[in-house]
Design a protein around this ligand. Structure first.
Ligand code: 13P
Length: 263
């Protein structure tokens, strides 16, 4: 069986106070309402709140066996190791704070900050060298899909961003398929559209890395995934969970999504 993962990408939202309130509510809901403890929950707040998110992620009432409610990720990382890169945050810094996951190549970073597949490749390497799990995003624009080019676009993103990795390194990452036309638009991909792309992605991974790695690599869906749409998406054979934007800003909605896997 593959891992089941739901990750929340808060993007550039929430004041410090709102973030604390949301995490408080999330811990409470997870403690009382998470139905399947096998679902891995990841919260990716803005960098500034990562330390608070880490502090609030465990219940250390019993210090010998702390209960961990969620893992902490961030939304970006520098492609460089260290040095004179004003404003950047390195993978080594993240590792030194126990951050465990990092989103890479999100379409918003590609669109607004010009992030390229070769930068994605370098960021993934930095993360893997520091034992942080990359959540690598891919996905086509609306015009690509209208022109029937979605498989070519996603295939190129994966080949150029990831397929230089050695099998052992590749086997440590998570892929997120996020069609750009579905992000923040309320226009969720149908379960069939998402499944078709997830199966295509798994097929490419199989060609490059073989059956076993393709069988286990988690492929998440993102793009207007919410408490209503998650169930049918997660029921698809190649969809292993979600990367959630807007709905991760509401603890109840986020936990409802976490509870949307087939029982
Ligand atoms: P929405 O869930 O708000 O559409 O965002 C998806 C996303 O971009 C997650 O990374």
């Amino acid at each position: 069986m593959r891992r089941k993962i739901v990750a929340g990408n808060w993007k550039m939202n929430n004041t410090f106070q709102n973030a604390e309130d949301l995490l408080d509510e999330l811990v409470d809901s997870l403690a009382n309402e998470q139905e399947d403890q096998d679902v891995e929950v990841v919260v990716c707040p803005p960098f500034l709140y990562a330390e608070m998110a880490l502090d609030m992620s465990t219940d250390d009432e019993d210090a010998s066996q702390p209960q961990v409610f969620y893992s902490v990720g961030v939304q970006n990382v520098s492609e460089y190791e260290k040095g004179a890169y004003t404003g950047e945050i390195s993978a080594g810094m993240l590792a030194s704070m126990n951050v465990e996951y990092c989103i890479v190549g999100h379409s918003e970073r590609r669109k607004y900050f010009g992030e390229t597949d070769s930068q994605v490749a370098r960021k993934v390497e930095q993360l893997l060298q520091n034992a942080i799990t990359p959540i690598v995003c891919c996905g086509e624009q609306e015009a690509d899909r209208e022109a029937g080019n979605q498989f070519e676009v996603v295939g190129r993103q994966l080949k150029e961003g990831l397929f230089h990795l050695k099998p052992l390194d590749f086997s440590r990452l998570i892929i997120a398929y996020e069609p750009v036309w579905a992000i923040g638009t309320g226009k969720t991909a149908t379960p069939e559209q998402a499944q078709e792309m997830h199966a295509f992605i798994r097929g490419l991974v199989q060609e490059q890395y073989g059956k076993e790695i393709a069988r286990v690599v988690p492929v998440l869906y993102g793009g207007s995934c919410n408490a209503k749409t998650a169930k049918d998406l997660f029921a698809m054979p190649d969809i292993d969970g979600g990367l959630i934007g807007g709905a991760s800003l509401d603890a109840r909605d986020f936990v409802a999504i976490i509870n949307s896997f087939e029982k």
